[in-house]
Design a binder for this molecule. Structure first.
Ligand code: FAD
Length: 396
């Protein structure tokens, strides 16, 4: 029986053996299910909740391609193609809108110029301050802070509220696919996943449970140093005239993503931000804004790391992010309509955990906060056999 988001009584586990059992209906698990279907495999997805509510619906919906580097850049580029295919199949909103990086100092612009030197003028399109003001739909006269910026056209936007749920609904309609919602996985062995509703059988098992890997495989999670990263997020009412679907990134984004941090001027940028806005570094901010199709804007974020996340959200952190976002957007203030806390898996030891925990059972968690960006690239690499168990993609 196929059920995408069924009422509490409707979940029926498949009695036979699937080619693949995926645990976790976040974007990483669903991208793997999508790739499996494309390859003609039968799939059972087992998800403890009744719909996706994890990191995959709490994020910015920014597929941050250009700001990656090395093997992650390759995975992100592959993922972009997968997202566009999935968008076509499942009718997802996925504008090829890119990312607009706003530069408000000469040092910020220098980082963007250096990235353009490295990647080329097509991948990093420098923008004048007039063009940036125009992209933000603000008169340039009121924006003395703007120096310029860059458009990164390869970046994609998706709607995090709809992408995973719609993809799950589409998958549930495909022959050979079952999605078992409201079904908690309590143990795994080769060929069998033990759940709160009984066993589910599969040739291969893929654990895509993000930070909750420590609940099933604590030793593996500890060996990789998995922690929970907690992020402060808000949705704000449509700011006056703001129309761009591009993700809007700032100096703090340049201090975060490897593509930028490898640039020679980043050290100078860090010193500069330390000088004028140390409070942003204290909360490990990545000030970003992304617009949803209804015009409202997602605003965030901060980062706090712990084995178990504390449940309390600091209002001063939230207010700091909102003030900074209003400054970047060039509006006096923003009006919050929703707040939430995001949590994702993080590790100081590497951006991915890819471990074969038993024969035919693989655990895969993105431990660097870029799972939306990488999801479909990881899925393609999984089925091609080009992901190594150390987490790095093999070079062909
Ligand atoms: C605030 C925020 C902003 C972010 N912004 C971006 C961004 O702009 N770009 C980007 O690329 N990434 C971003 N990320 C990171 C990205 O959202 C994550 O890396 C990605 O969503 C991880 O996907 P996942 O499927 O592994 O995890 P999840 O979406 O958390 O899914 C894991 C699923 O496993 C299920 N599960 C766990 N244990 C069990 C069990 N025992 N039995 C059954 N089911 C189980 C959970 O219920 C959950 O549905 C952001 C994250 C946050 C929180």
């Amino acid at each position: 029986m196929n059920n995408a988001s069924a009422p509490a009584t409707a979940t029926v586990l498949p009695s036979g053996r699937s080619d693949l059992v995926v645990v976790g209906a976040g974007i990483v698990g669903l991208a793997h299910a999508f790739e499996a279907v494309r390859r003609g495999l039968t799939v059972t997805v087992v998800e403890r909740d009744r719909r996706p509510v994890g990191a995959s619906v709490r994020n910015f919906g920014h597929c941050c391609v250009t700001a990656q580097r090395g093997e992650l850049l390759g995975l992100a580029q592959r993922s972009r193609a997968g997202w566009l295919d999935a968008a076509k199949s499942a009718d997802l909103w996925a504008p090829e809108a890119g990312a607009l990086v706003v530069a408000r100092s000469a040092t910020e612009l220098a980082v963007l110029e250096e990235l353009r030197e490295e990647r080329g003028a097509d991948a990093v399109r420098l923008r004048t301050r007039d063009e940036v003001a125009d992209a933000l739909s603000r008169p340039v006269d009121g924006r003395e802070d703007l120096v310029g910026g860059a458009l990164l056209p390869a970046d994609l936007r998706v709607n995090p509220r709809e992408a995973a749920p719609r993809l799950a609904a589409w998958l549930a309609e495909q022959p050979g696919v079952t999605i078992a919602w409201g079904t908690n996985v309590v143990g795994v062995e080769s060929g069998t996943v033990h759940t709160s509703r009984g066993p589910v059988h599969g040739e291969r098992v893929l654990l895509c449970v993000g930070h909750d890997l420590d609940r099933l495989y604590p030793a593996e999670a500890e060996a990789h140093g998995i922690e929970r990263c907690r992020l402060s997020m808000a949705r704000v009412a449509a700011p006056d005239a703001f129309r761009t679907d591009a993700a809007v990134l700032t100096a703090t984004s340049m201090l975060r993503y490897d593509g930028f941090t490898a640039m020679p001027s980043t050290d100078r940028l860090r010193a500069e931000v330390t000088g004028h806005s140390p409070e942003l570094l204290d909360i490990v901010a990545n000030v970003m804004c992304t617009r949803l199709p209804d015009g409202t804007v997602l605003v965030g974020d901060s980062h706090a790391y712990d084995a178990t996340e504390i449940p309390f959200q600091d209002e001063a952190t939230a207010e700091l992010l909102l003030r900074e976002a209003a400054r970047v957007l060039g509006v006096p203030s923003v009006r919050v309509t929703e707040r939430w806390q995001g949590v994702y898996a993080s590790s100081p030891r590497g951006p991915l955990l890819v471990r074969d925990v038993a024969p035919g059972v693989r655990a895969l968690s993105v431990t660097s906060g870029i799972g939306m960006t990488l999801s479909f690239g990881l899925a393609a690499a999984t089925f091609d056999g080009t992901l190594t168990v150390t987490g790095a993609a093999r070079e062909d």
